[in-house]
Design a protein around this ligand. Structure first.
Ligand SMILES: [Zn+2]
Length: 305
């Protein structure tokens, strides 16, 4: 049923789920198709599974690939978000394992952050460039409407955590923080740290997707005196417990999101972003951008020689 490349076999798939560490599939969901997408930015982390859960079609993509073979720095964020957008996705719920920078955010809590501090260094983080300059607003890096829905679903699922308003630091990794860095981020007032919220959130905004993140706390990073520092065995143990809870959360979450109207600003995020004069925009760059923002850059033209 599914073809290779840019296909739209399920135009009604409007919700995307990006699975983080520990969440590589949605068990119990009815599998409709598997899409091996191609985008102008390359291939996504893995095949996108189009599944149906409680009547809601969902495009699921494991951020690090099935079997977890893609480092945070190696994740092709542009391809991942573009592939979801090309499928017809409008809202993306992402999951991520995080460290806690605050005593009250305990391991196994589910937290929906509202702010971000970017400490990544090695990742392409925009669809613009190549002759077309664009700047989108990013003051609120997550879709506030979608984030609020996630918080409600977490409370309904009676999972620990559920609070919003926290700031998430996204670091490059793959090594965990030094003690000095961990204390520095605490002094910023940040509550959570991960390696995967960016560039996803930036790219989702440029592609006019609603994007919000469920942070699943695995550890206390390394700031805590007397506490055991983050170690991968502890993280992995908590990852699998968190992934199980995330799977329990999805049936509560998805119908709510599917029924929502996008009253937020995300659907028009790039409408006024581009500064470059139209006659100066290279045709090849326009063609690339048209694959995710056809309203502004389509119809696709052949590159001029
Ligand atoms: Zn939105």
């Amino acid at each position: 049923m599914a073809k290779r490349g840019r296909v739209r076999p399920f135009p009604a798939v409007k919700i995307g789920v990006i699975g983080g560490s520990g969440l590589y599939e949605i068990p119990g969901a009815k599998r409709l198709a598997e899409i091996r997408a191609k985008t102008p930015w390359g291939a996504p982390s893995d095949a996108i599974a189009v599944v149906e859960l409680d009547g809601v079609p969902v495009a699921f993509l494991p951020r690090h690939g099935r079997g977890h073979s893609v480092l945070p720095s190696e994740v092709n964020g542009r391809a991942n978000l573009a592939a979801l957008k090309q499928l017809g996705v409008e809202q993306v719920v992402a999951f991520s394992a995080v460290g806690s920078l605050k005593e009250e955010l305990a391991p196994l809590d589910f937290v929906v952050p509202s702010q971000l501090i970017d400490r990544t260094r090695h990742r392409p983080d925009t669809y613009f460039g190549g002759g077309i300059v664009g700047h989108v607003a990013f003051a609120d890096p997550f879709c506030p409407r979608l984030a609020a829905q996630l918080e409600v679903a977490i409370r309904e699922a009676k999972l620990p955590g559920g609070r919003g308003g926290e700031t998430l630091v996204c670091m490059e990794g793959p090594q965990f923080s030094t003690r000095a860095e961990s204390q520095l981020y605490r002094s910023f007032g940040a509550g959570l740290i991960n390696m995967s919220a960016l560039p996803e959130a930036k790219l989702a905004r440029e592609a006019e997707l609603c994007y919000a993140l469920v942070c699943m706390v695995t550890d206390y990073d390394c700031w805590r005196d007397g506490g055991s520092d983050v170690d991968i065995q502890m993280v992995i143990g908590n990852l699998s417990r968190n992934a199980e809870r995330a799977r329990g959360l999805l049936p509560l979450l998805l119908p709510r999101i599917a029924a929502a109207t996008r009253t937020c600003g995300c659907p028009d995020a790039s409408r006024h972003a581009v500064i470059t004069a139209p006659e100066r925009q290279p045709a090849a760059t326009r063609a690339r951008l048209a694959s995710i923002l056809p309203r502004y850059f389509g119809p696709v033209r052949k590159p001029r020689r």
